[in-house]
Design a protein around this ligand. Structure first.
Ligand SMILES: [Zn+2]
Length: 273
């Protein structure tokens, strides 16, 4: 959870930019793939950075988030370019009373028509995570890391138990950082209500979920960089697994017993191994 004093909008935009650039560096957001949003529940005055205001209907009513502010990447924008000119690539939405509509704030240099088409999923997951809680901040990132996404095309990795026991065995850090495991959603059409519902359910009990044959979504209540870290840990695990498949599966990985010992030593509760 974020403590006061709350970060300024500029700091949050810089963090979104740094996370977006790093996701590009690990090959997780080719072209304009991927999107990022953060939700803040403290009072924000966006007009200095985002002076142009219009009203938008939200994809789902979020009365519990009335007054909350989102920073969200624009449709068709490149995550790697947010760092260079944040306000050209990101919009700010303040949720109106009642939670059905919001004030969309954009910059004079805005380079997009609308926010990301996955904002329905972002909004629903932020709402699920923040409602009934006094947390003041939540960050979400969707990207398309090659190895994780490739493995999601192989039927046996579409089983959550198989996926997790095979991916989280290559480094001690894997289970320490991904102790709830990696969630899995069967293929759903991008931007669809079905993908949105799948994300809410999977991210309720996980901090990262694979969207079969598409990519991943990760969340953090601390920072957008922490969400990006989860993507990197999971993608590194998938790289090891892919490497092992390439060489004919000669690596043994950490044994279940070794992983349980690591967890005991570091006081990590998990029910994967
Ligand atoms: Zn995508």
């Amino acid at each position: 959870m974020i403590e006061t004093p709350h970060p300024e909008l500029e700091e949050l935009l810089t963090m979104m930019g740094a996370a977006g650039l790093h996701m590009a560096e690990i090959g997780a957001c080719e072209g304009a793939a991927g999107n990022i949003s953060v939700c803040m529940r403290w009072p924000v005055e966006p007009r200095a950075l985002f002076p142009i205001v219009s009203e938008v209907e939200l994809s789902k009513p979020v009365p519990e988030l009335a007054g909350a502010t989102f920073l969200v990447s624009g449709s068709g924008r490149r995550l790697r370019e947010i760092i260079d000119e944040p306000t050209a690539n990101v919009a700010c939405i303040v949720v109106n009373e009642g939670g059905k509509t919001g004030q969309l704030h954009t910059s004079r240099h805005c380079r997009f028509e609308r926010v990301t088409s996955e904002f329905n999923s972002h909004l629903a997951v932020h709402s699920d995570q923040l409602s009934g809680s006094n947390a003041s901040f939540h960050a979400i990132i969707h990207v398309q890391p090659i190895h994780l996404t490739y493995l999601s095309h192989i039927p046996r990795y579409q089983d959550e138990k198989y996926l997790n026991t095979h991916l989280l065995r290559w480094q001690p850090e894997a289970i320490l950082n991904l102790f709830e495991g990696i969630g899995f959603i069967p293929f759903r059409v991008p931007g669809s209500p079905e993908l949105m519902d799948g994300n809410v359910e999977a991210l309720h009990s996980h901090r990262i979920v694979i969207w079969a044959k598409h990519g991943v979504m990760a969340r953090s209540s601390i920072s957008v960089k922490r969400a990006a870290d989860l993507v990197e840990y999971a993608e590194t695990a998938a790289k090891y697994e892919y490497l092992n498949l390439l060489v004919g599966e000669i690596g043994e990985g950490l044994s279940a017993e070794e992983i349980r010992t690591i967890c005991k030593t570091f006081n990590i509760e998990q029910n994967i191994f």
